[in-house]
Design a protein around this ligand. Structure first.
Ligand code: ADP
Ligand code: MG
Length: 251
């Protein structure tokens, strides 16, 4: 993994007379080591596209190929195996409310069939990366939105998946924490992982290898970010541009 081809994908919701076209003939080609930031207004189809790539939803027409294999055609078993190789970071985190941060990550490792003797080291490593080790035994309800988001990210990274799919992974983080996460993502991509994330965070343009602009269900541009001089090798020391952050949005 990972070569993702999105070929002529259209997804509509609702019945004929009241249908919404969430994706309209989307074509995209993503390969190993790319960090792709989907950017566009709310409702432009970012989440729908991520759900397609994750095989959580199916297109009405067109197809998604993973390493050349059309995922619509694969067996349920192969689909489950595919999902094991994806680290998901959901917009609403999808943490288990009754389990601690530590147990939430443990659960993901169990699902991914990671040997039990590796669990502790992996959990400690990722919680440390996200600066959440001190909160390992807190439940989601005892954590802020930003802390929950960092647990969700730690959980996705703990299985060491080749592909990470993240829906607005920095939406609840302040600019410094957000930049730390983007920097971590960038490093993972430099080591060969593929990351596809949606974001409203302008800082993503300093870290992503590619920006995928979306507008009304269409990809309007897919290209490396226009460099402003502050590349990922020299992340900004003061995040002035993102200081006036909006309150976390909830689209
Ligand atoms: P974004 O993530 O860019 O905000 P979405 O992919 O969530 O956009 O939504 C794209 C469009 O599809 C929106 O108009 C949204 O209302 C619609 N949509 C998404 N999911 C559904 C659904 N399950 N049922 C009906 N409409 C949906
Ligand atoms: Mg969305």
């Amino acid at each position: 993994m990972t070569r993702i081809e999105v070929v002529g994908v259209t997804r509509t919701f609702g019945s004929d007379d009241r249908s919404v076209t969430a994706l309209a003939d989307v074509n995209l080609h993503i390969t190993d080591g790319q960090m792709v930031a989907l950017m566009g207004p709310s409702g432009s189809g970012k989440t729908t596209l991520l759900n397609m790539i994750s095989a959580l939803d199916r297109p009405n027409s067109g197809e998604i190929l993973m390493d050349g294999v059309a995922i619509a055609a694969i067996s349920d078993e192969a689909r489950a195996t595919l999902r094991q190789r994806i680290g998901f970071i959901f917009q609403r985190f999808a943490l288990i409310p009754t389990a601690s941060a530590y147990e939430n990550i443990e659960f993901a490792l169990r699902i991914a069939q990671i040997p039990r003797d590796e669990w502790q080291a992996r959990i400690t490593r990722t919680l440390t990366q996200l600066d959440m080790l001190d909160h390992a035994h807190h439940r989601p309800g005892e954590l802020s939105g930003g802390q929950q988001q960092r647990i969700a990210i730690a959980r996705a990274l703990a299985t060491d998946p080749p592909l990470i799919i993240a829906d607005e992974p920095t939406a609840n983080l302040d600019s410094h924490r957000g930049a730390t996460v983007l920097e971590l993502f960038r490093t993972l991509c430099q080591h060969g992982k593929t990351i596809v994330m949606s974001t409203h965070d302008a800082a993503a343009e300093r870290y992503a290898t590619h920006i995928c602009r979306m507008q009304a269900g269409r990809v309007t541009n897919f290209a490396p970010p226009v460099t402003t001089g502050a590349g990922p090798t020299s992340p900004p020391q003061s995040a002035k541009a993102s200081k006036k952050r909006k309150a976390p949005h909830s689209d």
